[in-house]
Design a protein around this ligand. Structure first.
Ligand SMILES: [Zn+2]
Ligand SMILES: [Zn+2]
Length: 169
């Protein structure tokens, strides 16, 4: 879907790639990123030097996330601009780096993994439903936005709590 035809790029100097990646695309599998809508991708690939390709563009879609405090579903739209650089793996100095990808021989480059990487990097996994979300009680699990519980107000760090339980065994 996001394949760049190298012969065409050579001929035309720049190639536009537009795609609509389904929310359920295998591309997102295991990435930890979930979508509520298809992801629109608009990219322009240009030759920069003989063996370097720069891909610029943007993608947008609606993210499906969970509040880190109370687990309520949180939807938000994501619009992300990206620049990807592809360097021929034959190049002496070619080195994979942040935002720099190598491409081998072949008639096309599959951009999808680079796009996936970019998305995973750009999505903030720590969303909350609202700034004053009280979250779940770490003791009884009650949603403290909706109910009050009688647990003591001592907010022991749950990690220490787990350690304490271990020690008592
Ligand atoms: Zn929340
Ligand atoms: Zn509680």
């Amino acid at each position: 879907m996001l394949r760049l035809d190298l012969a065409r790029l050579d001929r035309e100097g720049s190639v536009e790639l537009n795609a609509r990646l389904p929310a359920a695309s295998a591309l997102w599998e295991g990435s930890g990123v979930e979508w509520d809508s298809p992801v629109e991708v608009k990219l322009t690939a240009s030759l920069a030097g003989s063996r370097e390709i720069v891909v610029r563009g943007c993608l947008n879609g609606r993210l499906k996330q969970e509040c880190k405090r109370c687990l309520k579903p949180v939807g938000s739209s994501m619009e992300h601009e990206l620049t990807l650089v592809f360097v021929s793996a034959d190049e002496e100095s070619a080195e994979e780096d942040e935002g720099v990808h190598l491409y081998g021989q072949g008639t096309e480059i599959d951009l999808s993994n680079a796009v996936r990487e970019e998305v995973v990097f750009a999505v903030d996994p720590y969303v909350i439903c609202r700034s004053d979300c009280e979250g779940l009680c770490s003791r009884c699990g009650i949603n403290r936005n909706k109910q009050k519980c009688n647990c003591t107000e001592d907010h022991t760090d749950p990690r220490w709590e787990a350690l304490r339980v271990l020690k008592e065994k």
